[in-house]
Design a protein around this ligand. Sequence first.
Ligand code: ZN
Length: 208
Amino acid sequence: MRNLARIKELLIDKCGGLMNCIQTLSKCKGPSGFSTSKVYEIIRPRAQKSFAFKFIWRGFVPPKYAFTTWLCLKGRLPTKDRLRFLAVDEKCSFCGKETENINHLFFTCDFSRQVWEEVRNGLGISRKTGSIKGAIKWAYRDARGSRLHSKIGPLAILCSVYHIWRTRNALIFEGTQAVASKTRTIIIYQVLRILYKIAPGGLRASVS
Ligand SMILES: [Zn+2]
C-alpha cells in the first residue's frame, strides 16, 4: 500500500497536478482494459536521459530494489524529516541521535555504515561512498561491460538501500530489532542469489 501511495505521488507530480493526473490516467487503456505499462511510460520519459535511471532500472534488478533506490535518489522516501507535519519524533530510527533524513539513515548513521562496510568486505568492493548519488556514480562507471563482476557493485547498492529501508520499517512498524550483521547477511545472500540466477557458472570466478 505504501508503494501505491508513492506511485500516486509520483504520477501527480509528473502530470502537474491531481486533475491532470486523472485525465491522463483515463487515457491509459490497452486492449484488455487499464494498462499499467502506459502508466509506467508516464513516469519514464523525463527520467529517460538520466544515467541514474538507466543504472537503476535494469532487467536483472528486482523491481522492489529499483523502486526503493529510485525514491531514495529522488529524496521521496518518507524519512522522519519529511513527516514534520505529523509531529513525529525526527530522531533516526536506528541510533536515535541525529535527525532521520536520507543521507543520515542510509550513509552516515553508525548502523548503515557498519552494514555498508560489511557488505563491501563480504563482496570484495573497495570503493566507499557517503551519498546515494556518489554511490550510483561510481557504480555506474564501474558497471560497464557485460561481465558478471560488473553487476556486483550495482546490485550491492540497490540491495543495501532496499534492505536498510526494510530493516528500518520493521523496527518502526513491527518492533523488530535492527542488527547490522543480520541485515548485511541478507544483502550479501540476495546479491549472490541474483548473480547466480544471471549466470550460475560465473559466480565462483567473480566473487573469488
Ligand atoms: Zn542514525
